[in-house]
Design a protein around this ligand. Structure first.
Ligand code: NAP
Length: 247
């Protein structure tokens, strides 16, 4: 039985991944940090459609929370087979020279440490060499890793660059242990992350200049994640799908 853990599954791209996986009959563990109502809404939507879902609160920057997330998931639905390391944040747009150390540390902590801890726990639990069932991991990176995000958030872009490198290394390290590791690099996707960075209209405004002429939806990003998780991607590891409207 497929059992998916999604960090940051309460809202945005993570929530869309949860809903799509639930609709495909996978058991889904929905992680969140603060927004319990949104996490419950995601799980309720899955159950209303006939699927199975549990909600687990936890901050991915805390090792104990990440371990507890996987423990609770396993208690609810048995061995975890698929993991999406999706939780991430931005900070308000700023010139790099004006960024405080505190802000940079926070972005790196959530996006890099949070994903490293999630991916490490996934590797421990999925690896067939360590007694796991095998499976697949998808890292949610960003087109920012390639574009650098000048004048907005170079710290965020650098954090996503680290995730691209993580994807390549981990994919090669555990390929023979029955686990595939890939990444999706979304471009401008219409979620609340832009408002959290102080620019609610950012996706619509900048998305209009993308070759496809618009921002993407969370479901469009989630579709790529689900493909990489699925058996249709059985010969794909260490790879990237850019979901960025050609940007
Ligand atoms: P979002 O709508 O702001 O949702 C962020 C999610 O992450 C929420 O579920 C939030 O939980 C969770 N989260 C944040 N910090 C967390 C922590 N420390 N521990 C656990 N969960 C945490 O963001 P989104 O746009 O869907 O982005 C999801 C991922 O896609 C991020 O990694 C982001 O960098 C990436 N991405 C997004 C875009 C875009 O244009 N939207 C583009 C490229 C990449 P709560 O609900 O509890 O706050």
């Amino acid at each position: 039985m497929a059992h998916l853990v999604v960090t940051g599954g309460s809202r945005g791209i993570g929530a869309a991944v949860c809903r799509l996986a639930g609709a495909r009959g996978w058991a889904v563990t929905v992680n969140y940090r603060d927004d319990a109502a949104a996490a419950e809404a995601t799980a309720s939507a899955i159950r209303a459609a006939g699927g199975r879902a549990v909600v687990v609160k936890g901050d991915v920057t805390r090792e104990a929370d990440v371990i507890a997330l996987f423990d609770e998931a396993a208690r609810a639905f048995g061995p975890v087979t698929h993991v999406v390391a999706n939780a991430g944040i931005v900070a308000p747009a700023s010139k790099f020279a004006d960024m405080t150390a505190e802000r940079m540390r926070r972005v790196i902590d959530v996006n890099v440490m949070g994903t490293l801890l999630t991916a490490r726990e996934a590797a421990r639990r999925l690896s067939t060499v360590r007694g796991g069932p095998g499976g697949a991991i998808v890292i949610v990176s960003s087109m920012a890793s390639r574009l650098g995000s000048p004048d907005e958030y170079i710290d965020y872009a650098a954090s996503k660059g680290a995730l691209d490198t993580l994807t390549i290394g981990l994919a090669r390290e555990i390929a023979a242990e029955g686990v595939r590791v890939n990444a999706v690099r979304p471009g401008l996707i219409d979620t609340e992350i832009h408002a959290s960075g102080g620019a609610p209209d950012r996706a619509a405004r900048l998305g209009a200049a993308a070759p496809l002429g618009r921002a993407g939806t969370a479901e469009e990003a989630a579709g790529a994640v689900l493909w990489l998780l699925s058996d249709a991607a059985s010969y794909t590891t260490g790879s990237f799908i850019d979901v960025s409207g050609g940007r």
